[in-house]
Each structure stands twice: as C-alpha cells, then as structure tokens.
Design a protein around this ligand. Sequence first.
Ligand code: NAG
Ligand code: NAG
Ligand code: NAG
Ligand code: NAG
Ligand code: NAG
Ligand code: NAG
Ligand code: NAG
Ligand code: NAG
Length: 351
Amino acid sequence: MHLLWRRNVFDLFFSLFLIYLECNSITGVKIIGHDASVKKGGNITLSCHLTETEENLTHIVWQKQTRENPKQETFLIIDKDGKTEHKNDLLDKVKFIGNIKEKNGSVQLLGMTLMDDGIYTCIFIFPSGKNQTNINVTVLVPPVGNVTGKTHVSGPFNIILASCVASNGRPAAEVFWRLGALNDSLRTETSYTEQTDGSVTAVSHILGAPSKDLNQKKIQCVVKHSTLTKELELDYIINVHYPPELVVISPDDPTQTQEYLCSVNCNPTPTSYIWIKVNGSTPRSEGNKLFIPKSSSDFNGVYICTASNLYGSASGFLYVNNTVFICAVLWISLAYIFEQWWKNASCSTLK
Ligand SMILES: *[C@@H]1O[C@H](CO)[C@@H](O)[C@H](O)[C@H]1NC(C)=O
Ligand SMILES: *[C@@H]1O[C@H](CO)[C@@H](O)[C@H](O)[C@H]1NC(C)=O
Ligand SMILES: *[C@@H]1O[C@H](CO)[C@@H](O)[C@H](O)[C@H]1NC(C)=O
Ligand SMILES: *[C@@H]1O[C@H](CO)[C@@H](O)[C@H](O)[C@H]1NC(C)=O
Ligand SMILES: *[C@@H]1O[C@H](CO)[C@@H](O)[C@H](O)[C@H]1NC(C)=O
Ligand SMILES: *[C@@H]1O[C@H](CO)[C@@H](O)[C@H](O)[C@H]1NC(C)=O
Ligand SMILES: *[C@@H]1O[C@H](CO)[C@@H](O)[C@H](O)[C@H]1NC(C)=O
Ligand SMILES: *[C@@H]1O[C@H](CO)[C@@H](O)[C@H](O)[C@H]1NC(C)=O
C-alpha cells in the first residue's frame, strides 16, 4: 500500500513537472547521447552528457519506452545533490554512474533482456526549463544455428532437401547456403518468423529434385550475425536412396578357385545378392562373391547376379568359358604323343 502510494506520487509529480517544463525548453545547449546495443544478459552504459551551458541542473530524469512497457515511464530521478530515486523494481538493474555537477547523466543498466529493448530518454532539468535526448537501445541475441534434413528417395519432383535454421536471433540472422557446383541445380527459399519476444527465426530451405547424383554431396549453410565474431558454417551431406542401377561382374584375384565380384551402384547397399547359372544348378556364392573352380569346363555358362535393396533390383551377366584349361589339357596330350613318337623313332634308329 505504501509502495503503491509512493509510486503514484512519484509518477504524478514528475509528469506534472515535465508538462510544466515542456513550455520552457532551453535552447543553445547540446546533449551528447549515443544509440547503443548490448548482447542479451549483458550490461550497458547509456551515455548522456550536456555541454555548452553554464546553468546548474536541478534534476536529471531518465524515462523509457520498452517492449515490456511501451508507455513512456520514468525510472530514475537524480536530484541536484546526486541523490537517486529509482522506480521500485529497478533498484538493482539501474546504476547512476554520471555526475550531476559535471552535467553527466550516464547510467548503467544491468542484465539486459529483450524486454528492455526500446527508447530511453535522458532529460536535463534546469530552473528555467529542460532539454532531452532519445537513445535507442537494441538488445541483441545470438541466433542458434542448426541444419536438419532427412534421407530422400530419388524422384523427379522438387522437394525440400534440407533446412538451415537460425533460431531466435535479434536482429534476424543472415542465413544462406554455399552450394559450390550444385549452385545451378538447387534453389533456396528463405523465410523469417518473428517471435513474441521480438527475436526472429530465419529458415533457409534448399530445394531440388532428389536425384541419385546428389547423394553424398556436401553443402554448407552459413549463418551471419552481428553478435558472432565469425560466421557459423554448418556442413550437410545430402543423402538420397535409389534402387540398384548398374550391375557389373568382374573377376577378383585368380587363386585356386576363380572369384568374381558383383558390383552395384545403389543406396543403401544391396540387402541381397542372388546368383544363378542359366540352365544350371545353383552356383557356389557368398553375398556378392561367386566362386567358379578354374579346373573344369563343367562350370562354363552364363551366370546372373541380381542385387536388390528396398527400392528395387537389377541384374548383371557373366559368360564363363574355361578354354584355357581345355587348351592346357590338349597341349599336354600332344606333348605326350610327341615324346612317345620321339622315343619310338630313336629306338628304331638305334636298332
Ligand atoms: C535542446 O537542445 C537542442 C540543441 O542541442 C535544441 O535544438 C533544442 O531546441 C533544445 N530543446 C529541446 C526540447 O530539445
Ligand atoms: C554486469 O555487471 C554486474 C555488476 O556490476 C557484474 O556482476 C556482471 O558480471 C556484469 N556482467 C557482464 C556480462 O559484464
Ligand atoms: C551553479 O552552482 C554553483 C555552485 O554550486 C554556483 O557557484 C554558480 O553560480 C551556479 N551557476 C548558475 C548559473 O546558477
Ligand atoms: C560521464 O560519466 C561516465 C561514467 O563515469 C564516464 O565514463 C564518462 O566519460 C563521463 N562523460 C564525460 C563527457 O565526462
Ligand atoms: C530510434 O528509434 C526510433 C523509433 O523506433 C526510430 O524512428 C529511429 O530511426 C531510431 N534511430 C536510430 C538512430 O536508429
Ligand atoms: C538440431 O535440430 C534437431 C532437430 O530439431 C535436434 O535434434 C538437434 O539437437 C539440433 N542440433 C543442435 C546443435 O541444436
Ligand atoms: C549461384 O547462382 C546464383 C544465381 O542462380 C548467382 O547469383 C550466384 O552468383 C551463384 N553463386 C556461385 C558461387 O556461383
Ligand atoms: C538354356 O536351355 C534352353 C532350352 O533348354 C535353351 O534354349 C537355351 O539356349 C539355354 N541357354 C543357355 C545359356 O545355355
């Protein structure tokens, strides 16, 4: 009750006083005041200094119009002896650091929040009138950057491939993508949403058709803001799922058994490989490997590898013709016949 009464008298007195002074502005004086900005949670000094007057001050008054209270309100009064009177709830938030004798009205505001963002007015009051200046105070909030995206299935239609978010920055952060070689094939779309507290969330979507060529391509989102000493670089790797496309069967290192590999272009890697021999029994295989003994022409024929993932399947062919083995057998036989013939011939000559 007492506080309320005191507060009302405080406001009323100065309102009347200032209205009275309105008609008695001093001319020829100069107020030095500077707009200022501060990071959320930080302290800020509002400089306000009067020059070029010999007159003594009777009071210095500070008023503000903030996000918290858009109505102009008086929050600090300094009398000619330097005694301060605070609006009750601001005792530990506002410090007078100037000097009324030196016509220095500077104050320090502590622990600034977005609610304190606004226009502050410094008023010098003389016996004969007043003079004042406005100081814009901007509370800055560093944005929080994040890139999100999911795995897409390849397709012909444009969709959002990934999104870069710079949340709750004040003022709005600058968000853009570095696409490198993909600059021409992808598009970006940026939007801003103002939050109730005055901060802004900026979102930049990257759009394009999820083709398999985009799979594993690296792009980068960049967030710039006055509160960040250097720009925030957020890497993102595009992930596109697509069915098997090209199946190639190629020989591995030849050993005792000939080993063939089924190589497939797809994402994710195949969940199954099926090997068959055309018009033949099931060949010996293990995953993407096929084993064909080198030593026999029984294994000659056409082999098919069918690789599948979640999105489809594709096949590749291998034609095996172990003629090397046949030739070798033939050569050994000929050598034997020749040796026999030579032996016989020598024997008959000797005889
Ligand atoms: C205050 O001082 C300025 C010069 O700095 C002057 O132009 C102005 O008329 C004075 N009065 C008010 C009410 O601003
Ligand atoms: C703000 O000022 C208070 C009191 O002087 C001090 O404790 C605090 O560390 C200051 N904060 C910053 C961010 O400088
Ligand atoms: C201002 O105050 C000082 C003493 O505090 C006095 O000497 C001086 O005459 C005053 N100036 C005016 C213009 O009233
Ligand atoms: C006013 O006071 C503040 C705080 O003491 C000081 O930093 C500033 O330099 C003073 N301004 C002038 C013009 O003397
Ligand atoms: C201060 O704020 C007022 C009101 O928002 C605006 O009109 C003015 O341009 C601002 N001044 C500066 C220097 O930013
Ligand atoms: C980014 O956003 C995702 C999804 O909203 C969340 O799971 C992740 O923790 C965020 N990362 C950072 C660094 O904020
Ligand atoms: C990317 O493309 C846009 C227009 O599509 C162009 O303005 C910009 O300079 C390009 N950036 C690079 C790095 O090639
Ligand atoms: C498989 O057998 C069919 C009919 O018996 C025949 O027409 C076809 O040519 C054979 N294919 C191969 C690769 O041997």
